[in-house]
Ligand binder design. Structure first.
Ligand code: AMP
Length: 429
């Protein structure tokens, strides 16, 4: 037999990694719920058409797409947003707005595997649907920052921009959407010279090129100052000015809300996905050069899937990368430390009674393992130590006859005899 391996880009999660992933998921769920978001679940397999409709070229070319046995062209979801837009346009069409939704699950992209980039990865997505107000954008930034804080990450920085600034300038210069998408994609890959080259060959003015150059260089952590500079820079480009004002208002709300968030305003910031229409952002920690989260406003997407024109803003948080960042920062997880108990029957004739005790403790909400290797007490206790068990309940024949068991505290190395009916109480206290 060959030695089987995971498929390229796919990973197994052993208990320790799984524990961390579940911790991140649990925290994401709890933060989302504290903001009033409700969880939904969408299929892993969606129609190719839906997924390809508005994904950028980048994602479209990297889908795990195939024909199912019924001859339908389908793909494994590379992101959640199209599924959410579909649901909002159909099943939740008549629900009063806003809708606050979140989902957790795996996604698939045929990316080149490397640290922090896998072909199967997990996201927790938060989507706020039905409001075009700056407080909605601000909520998403505050929510994402809350997630990073709650999982225990330090020094998180948010790169924030607004696609309306670049698009506003390009639209006034007569570039159509397709050309604009091309320019923004090059900018997203930091290929600024190629982006400017494309703008130039599209017949844009010299003034426009100068403005784009300044925008690319315009970065700042002082939110109001960056906004002022950006506004001066795009003077005369009406739509771009409106976009700058919108971005400034969003960031003012975030800062004045008291949310302790490091922001880097970047006027030339673009994101690969084509559907963004307003504020966009990515979250980083100093230890990793890849983004932990990416999000923004996508006001046209629901309409594209046949719904009413619906304003929406969302964020996708990369669970795998949050885990990597936690490992880098050596974050200690705040898990509810439920005590672990091991039941050890002494001799074959106590096994049934020991199983009964084990069931009773489990029913009382405790984590209980049963010694099933037929080991003698000494070996069983050694094994319990190795597995970081807190208490051993030793079920011996003599004690059983008196309705008792031996309870050993494996951390303190103390042993007492306890009545069976008082065991759960004793362990709980
Ligand atoms: P995107 O959907 O491309 O905006 O990505 C949002 C977030 O998902 C990123 O910030 C990453 O944390 C995560 N992500 C995207 N692609 C991958 C990948 N191939 N492997 C791991 N995480 C990813």
């Amino acid at each position: 037999m060959p030695e089987f391996k995971t498929v390229r880009g796919m990973r197994d999660f052993l208990p320790e990694e799984t524990r961390m992933m579940k911790y991140v998921e649990k925290t994401a769920r709890s933060v989302a719920e504290s903001f009033g978001y409700e969880e939904i679940m969408t299929p892993l397999v969606e129609s190719y058409e839906l997924l390809a409709a508005k994904a950028g070229e980048e994602v479209r070319l990297r889908m795990f797409a195939f024909k199912d046995l019924g001859g339908r062209m389908v793909a494994l979801r590379p992101e959640f947003t199209p599924s959410i837009a579909r649901i909002v346009a159909t099943a939740l069409k008549n629900e009063p707005k806003p809708l606050r939704l979140f989902c957790l699950g795996s996604l698939y992209r045929y990316d080149e595997p490397q640290r922090g980039r896998y072909r199967e990865f997990w996201q927790s997505d938060f989507e706020l649907i039905g409001s075009a107000k700056p407080e909605a954008d601000a909520e998403l930034l505050i929510l994402t920052s809350g997630l990073m804080e709650r999982v225990g990450l330090k020094g998180c920085t948010f790169r924030v921009g607004h696609v309306g600034v670049l698009r506003g300038v390009l639209t006034q210069e007569g570039l159509d959407d397709k050309l604009q998408n091309g320019v923004l994609q090059l900018m997203d890959k930091k290929q600024y010279e190629d982006a400017l080259g494309l703008v130039k060959t599209s017949g844009a003015s010299e003034k426009c090129l100068t403005i784009l150059r300044s925008l690319v260089e315009l970065k700042g952590s002082d939110v109001s100052k960056a906004g002022e500079t950006m506004k001066k820079c795009v003077d005369g480009y009406e739509k771009a000015v409106v976009a700058v004002e919108n971005l400034s208002e969003i960031l003012r709300l975030v800062v004045e809300s008291g949310c302790e968030i490091n922001i880097s305003v970047e006027a030339g910031f673009a994101r690969g996905l084509e559907y963004y229409t307003g504020m966009i952002f990515e979250a980083y920690v100093p230890e990793l050069d890849v983004a932990l989260s990416g999000g923004g406003r996508y006001d046209k997407l629901v309409e594209l899937f046949g719904g009413e024109p619906t304003a929406a803003v969302g964020v996708a948080n990369g669970v795998d990368r949050i885990m990597l960042a936690m490992q880098e920062q050596r974050v200690i997880m705040k898990e509810d430390a439920g005590k672990k108990i091991m039941i050890i029957p002494v001799g074959d004739e106590t096994r049934a009674e020991a199983l009964k005790i084990s069931r009773a403790l489990k029913n009382a909400g405790m984590v209980v393992e049963f010694e099933i290797m037929g080991r003698r007490i000494g070996k069983a206790l050694e094994d319990a130590d190795r597995r970081k068990i807190d208490y051993a309940v030793i079920v011996g024949k003599k004690e059983l006859e008196e309705g008792k068991v031996s309870l050993k505290d494996l951390k303190k190395r103390e042993q007492t005899t306890v009545k069976i009916e008082q065991l759960a109480e004793t362990l709980k206290s």
